[in-house]
Design a binder for this molecule. Structure first.
Ligand SMILES: [Zn+2]
Length: 428
């Protein structure tokens, strides 16, 4: 009798968990369709999609109203809240629930913005990206600017002197292909030592113009990416490793490949076949893509690689490596100045010209680059926080777990980019 009771209990559990997984697949499919439907109203929203093509066609044909989609999303959230995790659910299942909830809350916020609701910069970043960037004052940046001033003596403004200094490190246009090929090879080899990737993964590179960004990864599914590099403005030597790691290995390309391999194919979690750009997932994507540069190339190793491989490939004088990267390390500390400009600009406290000027003064950007940055903010809003705040949140999450051991850093990094963890989950 006792054995029979146990058998019945096991059967009930099995049926319950099958029903649960059927309901999760149903919710997952509806999530994908919701994202595609919002994408009909916002051409930048669907960054990648490699599920059934007819779902995208259907979304375009139906062109459901944003109000209707918002009501659907609210109902969807109530249904997900009723889903109890199956017995024996692991960490990934728990993360998945939270991921889906937060992603759909963010989708509702985006739909509201598309209907004309105005959010402040901080409200927008919390609603869309599950994080708020800290406030920094002009005085903090001025301290770094004084250090740079001492390092770059001579005539003219600091921005002019920095430009003259930096011009020595521009990659000649006819060498871009060779330099990027060498950088990608370096990033790929280092990544493959620590992360197993499917043998068929690959990407193609295109050089483009007329964009608000400097590089972009368009994930195509099937372990393939299209990487575009914008050549509107001069490309300096530090961008070779930065872009190769950020867009490629171990950045966006690897992130998307691992999600497809481990979550979509192995677990059947369809929600990862779509990537809504204005969503918390982007903070993880950009933050890991930026932190991945330091994982693949710790400072001394990077300088060695620049000296021995990239400077020669670009035809630059390798005796300038130390000087260049010492200065770039300081300039890097000005990155949060861009968030301050964006916050003031989006909140209507300064206009576009003043926002560009702010980038020139506090982030040391050349006028053309500052103008490009303001166009980026016009197009993507509070998205800017995903790069620097994202990197800092990811760095502290990984370093808290792995300590200084570079091998453990790689394994924590690989685990993070194979999971549905969200910005608020990085504080755990
Ligand atoms: Zn990126």
């Amino acid at each position: 009798m006792k054995r029979r009771a146990r058998w019945i209990a096991a059967a009930i559990l099995l049926v319950a968990s099958l029903e649960c997984s059927a309901q999760m697949s149903n919710l997952s499919e509806r999530y994908v369709k919701l994202v595609l439907a919002v994408g009909v109203h916002d051409p930048d929203y669907v960054d990648a999609y490699y599920g059934p093509p007819e779902w995208r066609t259907a979304a375009a044909e139906q062109r459901r109203s944003l109000a209707e989609l918002d009501a659907d999303a609210a109902a969807w959230l109530r249904e997900l809240a009723d889903e109890v995790l199956p017995p024996g659910a692991g960490e990934l299942d728990r993360l998945r629930h939270r991921y889906l909830t937060t992603q759909v809350e963010s989708l509702r916020a985006r739909a509201k913005m598309l209907r004309g609701e105005r959010l402040t910069f901080d409200e927008e970043s919390r609603a869309l990206y599950d994080a708020v960037a800290p406030v920094h004052t002009e005085e903090e940046f001025q301290g770094v600017l004084r250090e740079l001033d001492a390092r770059l003596p001579g005539r003219g403004s600091l921005l002019e002197r920095y430009q003259v200094f930096r011009d020595r490190f521009e990659i000649p246009k006819d060498r871009l292909g060779a330099v990027f090929a060498a950088a990608i090879e370096g990033c790929r080899a280092r990544t493959l030592e620590h992360i197993a990737l499917p043998p068929s993964e690959s990407f193609t590179i295109e050089y483009v113009t007329g964009k608000t960004w400097s590089g972009y990864n368009w994930y195509q599914g099937n372990y393939r990416s299209l990487i575009q590099i914008n050549t509107d403005l001069p490309i300096y030597i530090d961008r070779a490793i930065d872009l190769a790691c950020h867009e490629g290995y171990p950045g966006h390309h690897v992130y998307n490949v691992l999600l497809e391999q481990h979550l979509v194919r192995e677990r059947g979690w369809q929600e990862f076949t779509v990537y809504p750009l204005f969503s918390p997932q982007s903070l993880i994507a950009e933050g890991t893509a930026n932190y991945g540069i330091d994982v693949a190339f710790p400072d001394a190793e990077r300088r060695r690689f620049e000296r021995e491989v990239l400077f020669p490939a670009a035809g630059l004088d390798a005796s300038g490596v130390e000087d260049y990267y010492d200065v770039m390390e300081l300039v890097q500390k000005l990155s949060y100045a861009g968030n301050e400009a964006a916050r003031r600009y989006r909140d209507g406290r300064i206009d576009a010209a003043a926002a560009a000027k702010w980038h020139e003064t506090y982030a040391l950007m050349a006028p053309e680059r500052a103008a490009q940055r303001v166009r980026f903010i016009d197009q993507y809003g509070a998205y800017v926080i995903n790069y620097n705040l994202g990197k800092d949140l990811v760095a502290s999450y990984i370093e808290r777990r792995a300590g200084p051991d570079p091998v453990r850093r790689w394994s924590e990094f690989a685990a993070l980019i194979s999971s549905p963890r969200l910005p608020s989950g990085l504080q755990e």
